[in-house]
Design a protein around this ligand. Structure first.
Ligand SMILES: Cc1cc2nc3c(=O)[nH]c(=O)nc-3n(C[C@H](O)[C@H](O)[C@H](O)COP(=O)(O)O)c2cc1C
Length: 383
């Protein structure tokens, strides 16, 4: 395994025997963990702190023509996730141009400026932020499902600037593959998938009211609960269009980066984990991803990219799970949730009744020490 070059921007990551740098739309990021638009990048000082925290690339909070008037309360941690009803930046574009973007630029880490929303907004904003931006990211969150306004916004950006234009797709009732095709058709250079999902709701038991202020009390979901949806969306767009994809949604540890890469992402963005755990999380996630790659004999993230795209979707896996008795710690999690009554722990070790086992796979996903697994010899039959 080769010793890769170490990241050349942001704080030093511990020496892992992989090259964590990635290339997206011609930009080189020192590691694949970028910020996502949100509170951790709400102004120039916050963006600098994300760079110090190890982010491989910086995406600023979405700027629009008019500062957002955000309802309160607007953020809540919920089980396995997070709800918010923030809009775009509460700072006016003039302040971003004068103070926040020059400060963010001084980090020396590639800076992607997020803009919203209409073609008119973009035509006004894009040339003004251009001196500070290595790329633009267009938010499509508030422009509806009709592809027309999104395509107009992309064309306005492409007409205005000579830097890559990434389009961030929202999973709101959209056919993601079609949305990706529409974005590509209008000239997008890359895609970011996905924005938060909703509307959703969380209730404060003590008041009997929604935890989110404003309007209907709706909130938008992010964090770990969003990850399965984000993975599916990245998977759908990565196999539909020939554009680089940045995965976003529920990334909170190194293996999430690997999963995102396996469904086709070239890099990832992180928002909620940085809100909940602080800005050092970017470097930590990057380091964990590097450690996973090293432990599995890879030297670059690219080597696992798209792995899940080519593999057949298993219909039926022939053969029951196999048990590595040495790894089994007798915890009986498998026994307790085997709906076919096919596993029993005796003498501190699990035993599998192959006659009863229906190959559902649940025990494999619940086994904490990794003692249960599919046999490498198991045949994958057509669905
Ligand atoms: C409080 C909050 C504010 C956000 N603001 C923006 C925004 O201004 N523009 C945008 O494109 N996405 C925004 N997002 C969405 C995030 O960038 C990201 O797409 C989403 O939260 C999923 O990633 P995560 O699970 O890592 O948070 C926001 C998310 C949160 C939680």
């Amino acid at each position: 395994m080769s010793r890769g070059r170490s990241p050349d921007a942001g704080p030093a990551l511990p020496d892992v025997p992989v090259d964590l740098s990635v290339e997206v739309c011609g930009l080189t990021f020192a590691n694949p963990v970028l910020t996502a638009a949100g509170p951790p990048v709400r102004d120039g000082a916050a963006i600098l702190a994300c760079a110090t925290g190890g982010a491989g690339g910086l995406v600023a909070k979405t700027i629009s023509r008019v500062a957002a008037d955000v309802p309160t309360p607007n953020m809540a941690e919920i089980a396995h996730g997070f709800l918010n009803t923030e809009l775009w930046s509460e700072l006016p574009p003039e302040q971003w141009l004068k103070r926040e973007l020059p400060l963010a630029r001084s980090a020396g880490v590639p800076l992607i400026v997020s803009l919203g929303y209409t073609a008119e907004d973009i035509a006004w904003l894009a040339p003004r932020v251009r001196p500070f931006a290595d790329a633009l990211e267009l938010s499509t969150h508030y422009i509806g499902e009709d592809p027309g306004p999104m395509q107009d916004a992309i064309r306005a950006a492409k007409d205005a600037v000579d830097i890559p234009v990434l389009v961030k797709l929202s999973p709101l009732g959209r056919d993601m593959a079609r949305a990706a095709e529409h974005a590509a058709e209008a000239g997008a250079d890359g895609l970011v998938a996905i924005n938060s999902f909703g509307p959703c709701m969380a209730i404060d038991l003590e008041t009997g009211r929604s935890r989110m202020g404003g309007g209907e009390g709706y909130g938008w979901l992010s964090g770990p609960a969003l990850k399965p949806l984000a993975l599916r969306c990245v998977y759908d767009v990565a196999r539909t269009v020939d554009l680089p994809v940045v995965g976003c949604g529920g990334v909170s540890r190194g293996t999430d980066v690997i999963e995102m890469a396996m469904v086709g992402a070239s890099a990832v963005q992180v928002c909620t984990a940085a809100i909940l755990r602080g800005k050092g999380v970017f470097g930590k996630i990057a380091r964990e991803a590097g450690e996973w790659l090293a432990a599995h004999g890879y030297t670059r993230l690219d080597e696992v990219r798209g792995m899940a795209l080519g593999s057949p979707v298993p219909g039926h896996v022939a053969g029951p799970p196999v048990l590595d008795v040495d790894l089994c710690n007798g915890c009986a999690l498998c026994e307790g949730s085997c709906v076919y009554d096919a596993i029993h722990v005796t003498g501190g070790k699990a035993e599998l009744d192959e006659e009863r086992c229906e190959n559902c796979g649940l025990c494999i996903t619940r086994c904490r020490p990794g003692a249960l697994m599919w046999s490498p010899m198991a045949a994958v039959l057509p669905a």
